[in-house]
Ligand binder design. Structure first.
Ligand code: UDP
Ligand code: MG
Length: 327
């Protein structure tokens, strides 16, 4: 990829998607070629794949696409770092004045990019895509997604827009802010929400996955959800002091009641069930709050190690921004 700098960078994390590369390039390339600038001329673009430790022939498919069109480049990561890390690699290396992360499976229709571009030109710095319906996702996935957005936005100060995926247009200003965020825990939707700026939405219908199968199972989604909430909110930590205080007050009142009853009616040995209940309940609450503490402490450990978020093994048609920065 040579000068001048492209207007649009499309960044695409891929993990084992050998069959999806060629159709993606054909469809998205056509959409990008069809975009027009204010004078009616064509616009400069690049597609940047981030190979997230694929074990199939994904890289070969990308190389073929790169040979046919040098505007298509790739970063190959040294192993599977996860989609959020792959997106970070893409943001760090994209050169466009606007950057668009999108999935390779074309569940998010690339034709929407035109509408995003229009809103960007109107002065919006973030244009996120909102799925008008998620009928193509399974019912349990829709329900859990719904529950997650509610829980996240109830607990956290930085509201993430509901049913907005990673498909969005980001102005260069926003990209630079995200790049400077030092944290290892890259819950992208949370970072975008935190960064502020003038945000707006475009709606679209979500399609079926074009080829291949989903790379996310419920365990991975659960981990993403835990990452998202623990990175955006400390409410789960603080709730325990309140719960503890309430339980302590109730226990105190109960102690006074028992004391008075013993004075008035004398002692009795009954009360074994209530004792067991109280002990088990308190034990459960304590283990739960310890576990939540552990989630946060574990994340502090990961952050303090300051390891890189991703490691690049190979660059195809993408210059290293460190080297081209002029030192
Ligand atoms: N992906 C990735 N690394 C991973 C898992 C997924 O880069 O560890 C990519 C995947 O290739 C795809 C995108 O992330 O381009 C979204 O994945 P998928 O479509 O499987 O997720 P879903 O749409 O089912 O949530
Ligand atoms: Mg998908």
């Amino acid at each position: 990829m040579s000068d001048p700098l492209p207007l649009l960078s499309v960044i695409v994390p891929v993990k084992d998607e050998e069959d999806a590369i060629a159709p993606f390039v054909a469809r998205v390339g056509a959409v990008l070629d069809g975009l027009r600038d204010a004078q009616g001329g064509s616009i400069g673009w690049e597609i940047l794949f981030i190979d997230d430790g694929s074990t199939d022939r994904t890289m070969a498919a990308i190389l073929t696409a790169h040979d046919a069109d040098p505007r298509i480049g790739a970063l190959s990561l040294s192993r599977n770092f996860g989609k959020e890390a792959a997106l970070s690699a893409g943001l760090d290396n994209a050169r466009g004045a606007a950057v668009i992360p999108i999935d390779v499976d074309m569940q998010d229709p690339p034709e929407v990019i035109g509408a995003m571009l229009d809103k960007w030109r109107d002065g919006h710095e973030v244009v996120y895509g909102v799925r008008r319906n998620r009928m193509t996702d399974s019912l349990p996935k829709r329900l859990t997604a719904d529950l997650y957005y509610r829980a996240h936005n109830w607990l956290s100060m930085d509201k993430i827009p509901e049913h907005a995926g990673d498909f969005r247009l980001l102005d260069r200003k926003v990209v630079e802010v995200i790049k400077r965020m030092p944290e290892r825990n890259r819950f992208m939707k949370g970072l975008f929400a935190w960064s502020g700026f003038r945000q707006t939405a475009v709606e679209y219908d979500r399609a079926e996955r074009a080829v291949g199968t989903t790379k996310f199972n419920y365990w991975k989604l659960w981990q993403l959800a835990v990452d998202g909430i623990t990175s955006a909110s400390t409410a789960p930590l603080r709730v325990w002091s309140y719960l503890g205080a309430i339980i302590a007050v109730v226990a105190l009142v109960y102690a006074v009641f028992i004391g008075l009853r013993t004075i008035i009616y004398g002692a009795d040995v009954a009360g074994y069930p209530s004792l067991m209940v109280a002990i088990l309940f308190m034990g459960g609450v304590q283990l739960l709050s310890l576990g939540i503490l552990g989630e946060y402490v574990g994340r502090i450990l990961v952050e303090t190690k300051k390891r890189p978020i991703y490691i690049i093994r190979q660059r195809i048609g993408v210059a290293d921004p460190e080297e081209t920065a002029g030192h």
